[in-house]
Design a protein around this ligand. Structure first.
Ligand SMILES: Nc1ncnc2c1ncn2[C@@H]1O[C@H](COP(=O)(O)OP(=O)(O)OP(=O)(O)O)[C@@H](O)[C@H]1O
Length: 670
């Protein structure tokens, strides 16, 4: 298969997606070699880049680290005045291979399995959050191997354009130079960023005959040069230089190119100091850094003196002496990800004692959940999905594999899945402390959660939702956040469960089964319950209800007032400045009244009637973590008990409710 462009005729060979799986009309996505600047493989969504395979490094695309020597594809890359192309062949004649671009904008490489008579995928892109084009904004690096931290980092010498947005995990503003007036000064050098997909090369300049050393000299002597690397990874030769902003860099665990980013002398000295940890080396480093600082001081003084003199002499030429510094290695962690294991039905049946009633943990809207124990002693929870989901096996596997890529300490971990005929099952880690509702709504167990623990749980849930909404590559709206969907591990850390159900049971399946439960009364936002409109703000609403329930130790729906539900009662007492009266009595001893009040206020902000008034999850996390002033909440939605609520969905409609082309099923209380 050949992809590329004939430079003379402009004829291009590329992949285009279908409109849908059953509609071969021209879809939105295309994957092509773009000859602009230094040629790159780019996946487009319309005209906008969606993923960048990047430039050819001599043996692979810079953004496809899987293309190693053992890669069974035989490639031949051509870049001359006639054409620019890559031809893929296979090294083994018996292997049948294909590359496809599906209607969701994913490129797949698969091989034909003769025994099973089906295509087996062995590679696809984009997969990770960091794969999205320019994910972290300009002059940044997306590093997926820092599980607990924000994946976006500014490149050396840069800082976030907006530190507040960056803190709130919105990297779209990108990064700017720390000292913008300090470029092209004496003592500048480069910091090496190891194992990366190098930035977009559509504006890069390349000289294939230069050595890497010459490349460094050329870059340092050109004030506009912002970074360089070798153009050929195999030989380590050739020179690729960037001018201006660096776009779409990301880290890899094991392979990748070394990018040398221009930094000023201060930054360079800091990197030198940080990179040396050994005590004797540290002393040497301090001596070197002090010496460098002295040299810098002297050269700056000379420079100052020279420029003033030159200005005085009305001389127009300015000559700068940019010093050279050793390249420095950046430390990074390694981690790999793989596809989700497939469990066979027999293993699961054995582990759950044939789905015995004794092992049944409960039953939810998507099916029953069983506890199981694998032969190696590992405890699991198996969710046996209702049979009539209407979803195809291939589609289910795809979704599960996508969802498996979502990893966060506040999400329940999926260990694998099982598909056999009608049966579809998801295997999760088993969480011994069951769900949050079994604690907060139980008089005797509630006391086990003091305020400190409850606050930690609230923050953990918030972080998990933020990950689903913003930080994961799928952007998932949970749609059924509630106390019974928050599981607690052995240390009572919260883990959101059922987060993939919203996707696995997509719109079509919901349409096909009008009894499907897609939300729970008491936690559903008004716009979702009444109009079927859901967004990240509907999850914020449910989260708000959850906060109030955790503070009051009472269920929103089973509340013992005559006509108000819990949210309504909290609101009434909030207006009277008397809300502490309602707080769970086991928290009364707590000396954290102020913190509890703040949390209450955040909860009320989340349940406001108008979704645009509700904060986003990133703002919620900011408000939880910082003592910033909080806005006054407006009246919440659904404050009356169900039978008094004119907007109660269960009394107003039954069956599907189609508004704005969105069909949802209407729920009843459980
Ligand atoms: N990974 C797990 N470890 C331990 N218990 C679990 C696990 N997953 C689910 N459970 C338990 O299984 C029961 C059923 O869970 P499930 O999520 O199917 O239903 P639900 O949360 O009650 O309702 P819904 O389907 O609306 O979310 C719950 O009591 C829950 O505590």
């Amino acid at each position: 298969m050949k992809m590329g462009v004939n430079r003379r005729t402009g004829l291009s060979w590329f992949l285009t997606s279908w409109k849908a799986q059953d509609d071969p009309g021209t879809g939105n996505f295309s994957c092509r070699i773009d000859p602009t600047g230094y040629p790159q493989l780019i996946l487009y969504d319309g005209d906008a880049p969606r993923w960048r395979g990047g430039s050819w490094t001599g043996r692979r695309w810079t953004g496809v680290p899987e293309m190693t020597r053992s890669f069974i594809i035989n490639t031949s890359y051509v870049d001359n005045s006639e054409e620019i192309s890559l031809t893929n062949g296979v090294t083994v004649d018996t292997v049948l291979m294909r590359m496809t671009l599906d209607e969701f904008g994913l490129v797949h490489r698969s091989t034909w399995n003769e025994e099973e008579k089906k295509w087996i995928e062995f590679w696809s892109a984009p997969i990770e959050w960091c794969d999205s084009y320019n994910r972290c904004g300009l002059n940044s690096n997306c590093d997926p191997y820092n599980a607990d931290q924000f994946q976006c980092k500014c490149l050396p010498g840069f800082e976030p354009r907006s530190s507040q947005n960056w803190f709130l995990r919105d990297p779209s503003g990108g990064c700017i130079r720390k000292r913008s007036n300090a470029t092209c000064r004496s003592g500048e050098g480069f910091v090496k960023v190891s194992r990366v997909k190098v930035p977009d090369t559509s504006t890069a300049r390349v000289d294939k005959s230069m050595s890497l050393e010459a490349c460094e000299r050329a870059c340092v002597n050109d004030c506009n040069c912002t970074a360089y690397t070798s153009a050929n990874e195999t030989t380590g030769t050739g020179c690729m230089m960037w001018y201006g902003d660096l776009v779409d860099t990301r880290s890899y665990a094991h392979v990748g190119q070394d990018l040398y980013v221009r930094v000023d002398a201060i930054e360079l000295a800091q990197y030198a100091q940080n990179s040396i940890r050994h005590p004797t080396k540290k002393v040497i480093a301090i001596v070197i850094v002090s010496f460098v600082a002295l040299v810098l001081l002297v050269t700056s003084l000379i420079y100052l003196w020279k420029t003033t003199r030159k200005r005085r002499d009305r001389s127009t030429s300015l000559s700068l002496n940019c010093g050279e510094f050793p390249n420095l290695k950046e430390f990074d962690e390694s981690r790999t990800s793989s596809d989700l294991p497939v469990f066979d039905l027999l293993t699961i049946a054995k582990a759950t004692d044939n789905f015995s009633l004794i092992n049944k943990l409960g039953e939810g809207g998507f099916g029953a959940v069983y506890k199981g124990k694998l032969i190696n002693g590992e405890e699991i929870a198996v969710k046996r999905l209702a049979k009539n989901s209407g979803q195809g096996v291939g589609e289910f596997k795809n979704e599960v594999n996508l969802i498996a890529k979502l990893q966060h300490r506040n999400l329940v971990r999926i260990l694998g899945y099982c598909v056999k005929n009608e049966e579809k099952m998801l295997v999760y880690e088993y969480l011994p402390n069951k769900s949050l509702d079994s604690f907060i709504f139980d008089e005797s167990k509630r006391v086990l959660l003091d305020w400190k623990k409850r606050f930690e749980i609230i923050c953990g849930i918030a972080r998990g939702i933020l990950y689903l909404h913003q930080d994961s590559r799928l952007k998932i709206i949970h749609r059924d956040l509630k106390a019974s969907n928050i599981l607690l591990d052995a240390d009572l850390n919260p883990k959101i469960a059922d987060f993939g159900m919203a996707r696995i049971f997509g719109q079509d399946q919901i349409q096909a089964n009008t009894n499907r439960i897609v939300g729970t009364y008491g936690y559903m936002s008004p716009e979702y319950a009444m109009e079927g409109l859901f967004s990240v703000k509907s999850d914020v609403y449910s989260f708000g209800v959850l906060i109030l329930e955790m503070i009051m130790g009472k269920k929103n729906t089973n509340y013992d007032s005559s006509y108000l539900n819990l949210v309504g009662h909290v609101w009434e007492l909030w207006k009277l400045d008397n809300v502490m009266e309602l707080v769970d009595s086991s928290l009364e001893e707590s000396s954290c009244g102020y913190e509890i009040m703040r949390c209450l206020q955040i909860g009320l902000l989340c349940v406001q009637e108008d979704p645009t008034d509700r904060p986003t999850m990133s703002t919620v996390i900011f408000m939880l973590g910082n003592e910033v002033g909080l806005p006054s909440p407006k009246k919440p939605a659904f404050i009356l008990k169900r039978k008094y609520n004119s907007g109660d969905p269960s009394t107003s409609t039954e069956g599907p409710n189609s508004i704005n082309d969105l069909t949802i099923s209407i729920i009843s209380a459980r």
